[in-house]
Design a protein around this ligand. Structure first.
Ligand code: SAM
Length: 295
C-alpha cells in the first residue's frame, strides 16, 4: 500500500496490496462517462462506512452494481466480504477489477453487462445483500425489481440522489410522498443512513447523495395485489392536484363508490392517504373486478 493520497482517506494501515484509486485511474487512462452515471468514490472513510453499514458481510453473497474502478468493492472485501459479485456495464473497468480479483483470490466475480438485464436474485448463495453507489439513471427501476423479489435480498444498502432518498422515505401529507414512497415502504423497512456531499465524488455530481438501507419485509405491510396497488398509486399521484374521485376514474368508473365503501372521502387527494388506506383501496378495486379479471 503506497498511501499518501489524502483523498484515499489516509488509511495506511490497510494490508491491501493495491495502489490508491487515483493512481489506478491514471495508470489505466480512465475518465468518467457521465452518460453512465459515473461519479466515483475515492474516500476510504466513506466506502468503509457504506461497507460497515451493510454488515454482516462474512456470510452469503454481496452483490455490487456498477463497481467502476472498485473503491466500494475494495472496501467490501477489506471489511471481510466472503464473496462479492459485481455487475459492470463499462468494459473499460474490467482490467482494474481483474487486479482486485487477483488481490483477493476467489472472493470476487465480475459480470460484464447491464444490471437491468441480470436477475440478481439468482446470483451466489443467500443471504444476498446488495450494496451500490447506483448509476442514477437506472437506480429506480433496479430498486423496484429488487423490492419485488422480497426477502431474496437480506438488505439493500444503496446510494441515491438525495431527492430520490427523500421520496423513498416520505410520509403522507408531504410533497415528496408518492408512488415510490408507497412501493418502498410497503415492501421494506427504509432507513436514511447519511448524506454525502457532491465534493466527495470524482467528478462531483450536481446534487447531494444519500445512503439508504432497505430491509425487505417477510410480508408486505398490508395485504394487497402489488400490481393493483401500483395502478392505484400511479393514477392517484399522476394527477396529484386532483381529487381521488376524479384521478381514480382511470382505474375504474366505479372509483367514487369504491372510495366511499372503504371510508375515504372522494374529495381527498392521494397525498393525504396512508399506505394502509391505499392497500384497502387496491383490495376493493380488485374485489369489484373479481380475482381473475385484469384491472
Ligand atoms: N462503485 C463505483 C464508486 O462508488 O466509485 C462507481 C459508481 S458510479 C456512480 C456508477 C457505476 O455504474 C459506473 O461504474 C457505471 O459504469 C456503472 N453502470 C452504469 N449503468 C449500469 C448498468 N445499467 N449496469 C451495470 N453498471 C452500470
Amino acid at each position: 500500500m503506497t498511501g499518501g493520497d489524502p483523498t484515499d482517506g489516509g488509511d495506511k494501515a490497510r494490508a491491501l496490496p493495491l495502489p490508491p484509486l487515483r493512481e489506478v485511474i491514471a495508470k489505466h487512462g480512465l475518465s468518467a462517462n457521465r452518460a453512465l452515471g459515473q461519479n466515483f468514490l475515492f474516500d476510504l472513510n466513506l466506502t468503509g462506512r457504506i461497507a460497515r453499514a451493510a454488515a454482516p458481510l462474512d456470510v452469503g453473497t454481496v452483490i455490487e452494481i456498477g463497481p467502476g474502478p472498485g473503491g466500494l468493492t475494495r472496501a467490501l472485501l477489506d471489511h471481510g466480504a466472503r464473496k462479492v459479485i459485481v455487475i459492470e456495464r463499462d468494459r473499460r473497468f474490467l482490467p482494474v477489477l481483474a487486479e482486485i480479483d487477483a488481490a483477493y483470490p476467489g472472493r470476487l466475480s465480475v459480470i460484464e453487462g447491464d444490471a437491468l438485464k441480470v436477475d440478481a436474485a439468482k446470483l451466489g448463495d443467500g443471504p444476498r445483500r446488495i450494496v451500490a453507489n447506483l448509476p442514477y439513471n437506472v437506480a429506480t427501476p433496479l430498486l423496484m425489481a429488487w423490492l419485488e423479489a422480497g426477502t431474496t435480498f437480506a438488505s439493500l444498502t444503496l446510494m441515491f440522489q438525495k431527492e430520490v432518498a427523500d421520496r423513498l422515505l416520505a410520509k403522507p401529507r408531504t410533497k415528496d410522498y408518492g408512488r415510490l414512497s408507497i412501493a418502498a415502504q410497503w415492501r421494506a423497512d427504509v432507513k436514511r443512513l447519511f448524506d454525502v456531499p457532491p465534493r466527495a465524488f470524482t467528478p462531483p455530481p450536481k446534487v447531494t447523495s444519500t445512503v439508504v438501507q432497505l430491509v425487505p419485509r417477510a410480508e408486505p405491510l398490508y395485504p394487497a395485489d402489488g400490481k393493483v396497488l401500483e395502478k392505484v398509486t400511479a393514477a392517484a399521484f399522476g394527477q396529484r392536484r386532483k381529487m381521488l374521485r376524479q384521478s381514480l376514474r382511470q382505474v375504474s368508473p366505479q372509483a367514487e363508490e369504491i372510495l366511499v365503501e372503504v371510508g375515504i372521502a372522494p374529495t381527498a387527494r392521494g397525498e393525504e392517504l396512508s399506505i394502509e388506506q391505499f392497500c384497502a383501496l387496491a383490495r376493493a378495486f380488485k374485489a369489484r373486478r373479481g380475482p381473475t379479471a385484469p384491472l
